[in-house]
Design a protein around this ligand. Structure first.
Ligand SMILES: *Cc1c(COP(=O)(O)O)cnc(C)c1O
Length: 431
């Protein structure tokens, strides 16, 4: 699937041929594509599918017709909604039923898992993270260390990047007897670099370090094997590649070896269902990952995920990954061959090796911000991360090879016609 293994061509006819042979092309009409645009931002907010709309509307209707009895009589009883969707999603991440729960937001799940697994003791007090992680994760870790009585300036290790990437060797080197926990991303939100989670887990466990991954940028586009890799915990966002809607309820995974450990942030929704309504003063946590729930599930934020999971199940994560590698490889090929040199000067920050990249391509240009605006004016929806990286995500379920070909023609035209110069250099807050 790498650039070498697969022969791409520059012409438009090649894109059309690829689309004609694409087994996932049938899924495009399951989504609401935005008219007159090419949506390349599904790594930030996935598009709505008809399936997600249907499950959302069904739950709304259950509320209308059942009122409170929806908790027990919804098509999927609401009381078990997080567990049921978690079991469906477990197959996507190489987990068993009971190990995945749909609950809370990504950052709240991070706090709960860190509150559970970060136990500073003696000289083992540090947390390993890295300087390229999504800021929310670092803000949370900083706060959690303070909450545990530590000093984040001392106890938070931020592994440094080299040439915009984080090397696994550099992370492993920092895994010393002073480290209690490692918390790392699966795919870096800017560069699209995919980390070797199996290798990092093995290295952490050798040093008796707990390890968890933020898989927000990989679930739904990259296969995961949490059980086989033996990771301790993971959490992720469902509104990116999982297409579950803005602010959609997030997920977490806890390895079954660790069931029974007390969640750091307890609440009644994590109580065992059999004793939940006894309203005892003593907390009786569920016997699996469900224990890491806190409060009542946000039904309307979780309902679209049911429809999304149906599509994912039909498409299959292996086929999604196969197309994702091909189509991102194609995008990189077109940029390299057509737009790599003057006067275009686009370059790619994403690693080339298939095993080192996720579902989006980071494109660097010193005029990135203005080019990004010029693309939007042309109906391309990319996104931008400062100081100068545009992210382009050809989502396998709804972006075609022809779309990618067209995007590269737009990248070319905004420079040929000097269109980007019409835009101001200063940034607004919404990207
Ligand atoms: C998208 C994303 C989040 C989002 O967190 P929310 O709590 O949903 O706002 C967190 N971490 C990473 C790495 C992300 O990519």
């Amino acid at each position: 699937m790498s650039k070498k293994a697969f022969r791409y061509e520059l012409g438009e006819d090649f894109a059309l041929r690829m689309d004609a042979e694409d087994p996932l092309a049938v899924f495009r009409t399951r989504f609401y594509n935005i008219p007159n645009s090419i949506y390349m931002d599904g790594n930030s907010l996935g598009l709505m599918s008809r399936d997600a709309e249907e499950t959302l509307m069904r739950v709304a209707n259950e509320w209308k017709t059942l009122g409170i009895s929806g908790w027990g009589r919804g098509k999927i009883p609401w009381i078990d909604f997080g567990e049921t969707l978690g079991d469906l999603e477990a197959t996507l991440v190489g987990a068993e039923p009971g190990e995945v729960i749909v609950t809370n937001s990504t950052t709240v799940n991070l706090h709960n898992l860190v509150a559970t697994f970060y136990e500073p003791k003696g000289r083992r007090r540090k947390i390993i993270a890295d300087e390229l992680n999504f800021p929310s994760d670092l803000y949370a870790l900083y706060a959690d260390i303070i909450l545990m009585g530590g000093d984040p300036e001392e106890d938070l290790i931020l592994v440094k990047s080299r040439n915009g990437l984080i090397e696994e060797d550099d992370i492993i080197e920092q895994m010393t007897g002073e480290v209690a926990l490692a918390l790392l991303p699966s795919v870096y939100y800017k560069s699209g670099q995919l980390t070797d989670m199996a290798r990092l887990t093995k290295a952490a466990h050798r040093k008796k370090i707990w390890i968890g991954f933020d898989c927000s940028h990989s679930v739904g586009v990259v296969p995961h094997f949490f059980d086989r890799w033996d990771v301790d915990f993971a959490f992720w966002c469902n509104y990116k590649y999982m297409n579950a809607g803005p602010g959609g309820t997030a997920s977490l995974y806890v390895n079954k070896r660790l069931f029974g450990i007390r969640p750091g942030l307890a609440g009644w929704w994590g109580n065992s269902r059999s004793t939940m309504f006894n309203m005892e003063t003593k907390y009786d946590p569920a016997k699996n990952a469900a224990a890491w729930q806190i409060g009542t599930i946000n039904m309307f934020s979780a309902a679209p995920l049911e429809g999304s999971l149906r599509i994912m199940g039909e498409a299959g994560i292996e086929r999604i990954r196969e197309k994702s590698l091909k189509i991102t490889g194609y995008l990189m090929y077109l940029i390299d061959e057509m737009l790599g040199k003057a006067p275009y000067n686009y370059s790619i920050v994403t690693p080339r090796e298939p095993e080192r990249r996720g579902g989006h391509v980071g494109v660097l240009h010193k005029e990135g911000w203005r080019i990004n605006q010029a693309l939007i004016a042309r109906g391309v929806i990319p996104d931008f991360r400062p100081p100068n990286i545009m992210r382009l995500a050809p989502i396998p379920l709804y972006v075609s090879y022809h779309d990618v070909w067209k995007v590269t023609q737009h990248l070319k035209a905004v420079i040929d016609n000097k269109e980007y110069m019409k835009f101001k250099d200063e940034r607004s807050t919404v990207t």
